[in-house]
Design a protein around this ligand. Structure first.
Ligand SMILES: Cc1cc2nc3c(=O)[nH]c(=O)nc-3n(C[C@H](O)[C@H](O)[C@H](O)COP(=O)(O)O)c2cc1C
Length: 320
């Protein structure tokens, strides 16, 4: 299975809907939502965040597993049960967010050095929630070896799956993946494992398949925003006219963004955020890149992006 990674501000409902409209389920099989933080206090305050996963907005979209971030046991239980009530049978717990101010409060990847705390949270949450719980982790926060103290904790509970991004929190999204540590850890974890990290091309995917031949589940984040056709290509689907299909997706994404009830300036910012990714997938002149970034008009910016992407050559092995 191919999972779409949660990416705050990027793989939210607009992206998932546009993706589903254009490609259906021929590439991505399942998405995990960007995190809903438990520190938003009451559920009413968290509404803005929950909105992204409300079934009424997600009806014509990719199948979804909502994700939560935090270490507060009562709020975790309340949120998981609320998500269960609105129809979800699985909630993903974020133990991978590397942002310093999150991690320093023992949230996200900041939980990884504390197996007893993870154990305590799972032991109190699991018997009291109606949904299954899956995890999204890194190998550690300070050191990749932290994962070895977590394995026995994970194996004590009936987890739905464990998504592993084989970096540590301190690396953020850069630097080498610890694939040797990943290999050792997954040999001992008894749950379904989903590999996540640095899949930007079919060749990257093939290399993960070669290294871990029994691994059938991967999660793709930046690679799928940069090249929304990548999941289809990985599945061996024929893409007859690459630029046409790419542009069809981008136009649909723009339609979804334009339909949002937010000021034009927010729409423009959002489109430029996506542009930073799209632009990495094509061989573009500095002038083309700059022209889009300097544009201040919403419609002009969209027109420019479509014109550029319609005729640009793609890069065969894009990297971020
Ligand atoms: C801008 C951005 C936002 C992200 N937001 C989340 C998030 O909300 N929850 C989460 O678990 N991971 C989040 N991630 C991490 C991704 O899910 C993924 O683990 C990471 O990008 C590595 O996978 P990739 O190399 O396929 O992109 C985010 C990453 C980026 C770059």
């Amino acid at each position: 299975m191919i999972y779409l990674a949660p990416m705050q501000g990027l793989t939210e409902i607009t992206f998932r809907k546009a993706y589903y409209k254009v490609f259906g389920l021929s590439g991505i099989d399942m998405a995990i939502s960007p995190f809903i933080s438990l520190t938003h206090g009451t559920l009413a305050n968290a509404y803005k965040k929950i909105k992204d996963v409300l079934p009424e907005y997600n009806a014509q979209s990719l199948p979804l597993i909502p994700q939560i971030l935090g270490n507060e046991i009562p709020q975790f239980i309340e949120m998981a049960n609320r998500l269960g009530e609105i129809g979800y049978d699985e909630v993903n717990w974020n133990m991978g967010c590397p942002v310093t101010k999150v991690a320093h409060k023992k949230r996200g990847s900041g939980l990884l050095p504390y197996p007893d705390m993870v154990d305590n949270i799972l032991s109190k949450v699991l018997p009291n929630v109606s949904t299954r719980i899956s995890l999204k982790i890194r190998l550690g926060y300070y050191s990749p070896d932290e994962v070895f103290n977590l394995v026995s904790v994970f194996n004590r509970y009936p987890l739905a799956s464990v998504v592993i991004h084989p970096r540590i929190g301190l690396q953020m999204y850069e630097g080498d993946l610890f694939l040797d540590v990943f290999a050792k850890a997954i040999a001992d974890i008894k749950h379904k494992i989903i590999f996540n990290g640095d899949i930007f091309s079919v060749a990257d995917y093939a290399e993960i398949q070669r290294l871990f031949p029994t691994m059938s589940d991967v999660m793709i984040g930046r690679g799928a925003v940069l090249n929304p056709l990548l999941p289809l290509e990985i599945k061996g689907q024929t893409v007859c006219n690459y630029n046409k299909s790419y542009v069809e997706f981008v136009n649909t994404l723009f339609d979804e963004i334009n339909a949002r009830n937010v000021p034009d300036l927010s729409k423009l910012r959002k489109i430029k955020e996506y542009w930073q990714y799209f632009a990495q997938n094509f061989d573009l002149s500095d002038e083309d890149r700059r022209e889009v970034l300097l544009s201040e008009d919403l419609c002009d910016t969209q027109r420019m992006i479509i014109e550029i992407l319609s005729k640009a050559d793609r890069i065969s092995s894009p990297k971020l």
